[in-house]
Write a protein that binds this ligand. Structure first.
Ligand code: FAQ
Length: 312
């Protein structure tokens, strides 16, 4: 008699594969919950890349020189590309892009809290590149080693591009800090406004992160939210000091015993307000995104009509 493999056995074998570092590919068996968690996290990541174009796109026409404009244009186009890679990687899990878009536009799926803050002046573009892409790199370098093959492979290329984004942002602020008093103040003001929201990008503290334990058991996440946040702080503080920027945290100091920086407290009320739709720009971002989607409707319909006529 042929033995039937139970769900529990399959799950056990799946966990053994994960524990021994075997990468999971789309056609491999996976627990339904693993698939759902990946769809949630990856689609939110893709949405963040796409919505993340909006605050920076706001400055393309106002960049202070042709070179800066070309660099910013390339960066924003890269973010669109990142969104596309990650949407494609997510589609390998059995959801299509239209459904993911629907989830974003109806508020069912989240996108990163950071993109609900306004870009008020040119220094903000420097702060986004340096701090926001810097935080994204820390997170994504870990994800490049995650257990799901299509996601980890997408991350490798994305991280290379994010490194360029990070450097161009740091350079913008470094130049401003070598400029006039007004330019230095502009850079410091951007630092003051973007520092804490950048720390929030890593998600709630470990004690309040409902998804972390499961995602770490499956090696989707290799480090906790707090560990990655600390890594970002340790890396970024010396960079700020090198160009004369002050981190807006009076509790920040190097701890020689732990060999990490001690730092203050995130305003978690602000974080939860932003991720539940009540940040400074949530409504503006969603109406711009939904508007862009509607404007592109004729392109999607034309492509579908062409495919039906010529490709079937
Ligand atoms: N914003 O249990 P956890 C970029 C939600 S890419 C909004 O800890 P998890 C590139 C979370 O979804 C930036 N929501 O969740 C760029 C969950 O809610 P749910 C995006 C957040 O998944 C640069 C709830 O809180 N990167 O910036 C946030 O284990 C410049 C409980 O949280 C990624 O998405 C947040 N910050 O950990 C583009 C990386 N944090 O879904 C343009 C991949 C938490 O249950 C310009 N994602 N939430 O309703 C991750 O690493 C993880 O999903 C975390 C959250 C760490 C974001």
């Amino acid at each position: 008699m042929e033995a039937t493999i139970t769900e529990a056995q399959l799950e056990k074998e799946f966990q053994q594969k994960i524990d021994s570092g075997i990468v999971i590919e789309p056609k491999d068996w996976m627990p339904e919950r693993y698939r759902k968690q990946l769809i949630r996290m990856m689609s939110q990541h893709a949405h963040s890349e796409v919505v993340g174009m909006l605050p920076e796109g706001n400055w393309i026409t106002r960049a202070p020189s042709l070179d800066r404009k070309a660099i910013l244009l390339a960066k924003v186009q890269d973010e669109a590309g990142h969104g596309l890679y990650i949407y494609s990687a997510t589609e390998t899990l059995g959801i299509d892009r239209a459904e993911m878009m629907e989830q974003l536009h109806t508020g069912k799926a989240k996108y990163s809290s950071i993109f609900n803050y306004p870009t008020q002046n040119w220094a903000d573009i420097g702060a986004i590149g340096w701090l926001v892409d810097g935080a994204a790199i820390i997170n994504q370098t870990a994800l490049a080693k995650c257990s799901y093959g299509p996601y980890s492979r997408a991350m490798i290329r994305i991280c290379k591009e994010e490194n360029f984004h990070n450097k161009q942002g740091y350079q913008i602020l470094a130049y401003l800090m070598r400029g006039t008093k007004e330019q230095q103040e502009m850079a410091q003001d951007a630092m003051n406004r973007w520092w804490w929201p950048s720390l929030m990008m890593f998600g709630p503290s470990d004690a309040n992160s409902p998804n972390s334990a499961e995602l770490m058991r499956w090696k989707v996440k290799l480090h906790s939210n707090d560990d990655l946040r600390q890594r970002f702080i340790d890396r970024t503080v010396p960079q700020a000091e090198a160009i004369g920027l002050t981190i807006p945290d009076d509790k920040l100091r190097w701890n020689p015993d732990t060999r990490h920086y001690d730092w203050g407290e995130i305003n978690w009320d602000e974080f939860y307000a932003v991720i539940s739709g009540n940040g400074p720009c949530n409504h503006e971002r969603m109406s711009a995104r939904v508007g862009a989607h509607e404007k592109g409707r004729w392109v999607r319909e034309a492509a579908a009509a062409y495919a039906q006529k010529h490709l079937n």
